[in-house]
Design a protein around this ligand. Structure first.
Ligand SMILES: Cc1cc2nc3c(=O)[nH]c(=O)nc-3n(C[C@H](O)[C@H](O)[C@H](O)COP(=O)(O)O)c2cc1C
Length: 210
């Protein structure tokens, strides 16, 4: 079996973390780089990644996340926060980055910039919010795959109240919205979930070949 698939079979959404085990700085650096290198539509990465290290903040967040224990017991807590009102500024900043990174005059990118602006800036606020939130799922997927390779457990989480998390972390003022949480660390020996067989659709049910 490919190593990638072995890792996919090894991983599971961890329910109980071992509080005595912490992710090393080196591994955290790899995981952050996996997030940073994630693909996104147009390459805009319209989100911020918030690593909550403060234990008091994590305790405050737990009730907002349906009381889930992973919020306080995992080694690390990451919040994916999408930009709520992406506009021309974000696109101009991206173009500046392209220009500097690839040593290309920014004027040469103006056509692409105008195209992006015509597609994105004109979207109704709600659609923009949905579109930027979608991009975070790609970063989550990359994080999860990298973590599995390092034998680090991850629980992807949507089980929380974004409005409360936004309030606790002051995200509204930053034009951000908490749309995904990932808790990371090492499975507890007593987490029975690790022994459950994976439940997935059959190939026949999942794939349509035309
Ligand atoms: C976007 C997303 C949100 C999820 N939210 C939660 C959650 O809030 N709490 C939790 O314990 N598991 C959560 N899960 C875990 C899923 O229930 C789990 O991934 C799924 O049942 C498949 O099992 P496996 O990941 O263990 O293979 C979430 C998964 C995804 C992808």
């Amino acid at each position: 079996m490919s190593t990638f698939l072995e890792h996919q079979n090894w991983r599971y959404a961890t329910k109980k973390f071992d509080t005595t085990k912490k992710i090393t700085t080196e591994d955290l650096t790899v995981l952050k780089e996996a997030i940073r290198l994630s693909t996104s539509s147009y390459g805009l990465q319209p989100y911020k990644i918030i690593i909550v290290e403060n234990p008091e903040l994590r305790a405050q967040l737990q009730p907002a996340a349906w009381g889930q224990s992973q919020i306080v017991e995992a080694s690390h807590l990451i919040i994916f926060a999408n930009e709520t009102n992406i506009g021309d500024e974000a696109i101009d900043s991206f173009l500046k980055n392209v220009s500097e990174t690839r040593n290309t005059p920014v004027e040469a990118l103006s056509g692409y910039g105008d195209f992006m602006k015509s597609k994105i800036s004109t979207l109704p606020a709600e659609e923009k919010n949905i579109w930027t939130a979608k991009q975070t799922y790609l970063a989550l997927g990359n994080l999860m795959n990298a973590a599995a390779e390092l034998k680090i457990d991850v629980t992807p989480m949507e089980g929380f109240l974004p409005a409360q998390v936004n309030e606790i972390l002051g995200l509204d003022e930053l034009g951000l919205n908490a749309c995904l949480i990932a808790t990371l660390g090492y499975r507890h020996a007593e987490d029975a979930t690790q022994h459950y067989k994976k439940v997935r659709k059959s190939n026949e049910d999942l794939f349509i070949t035309l």
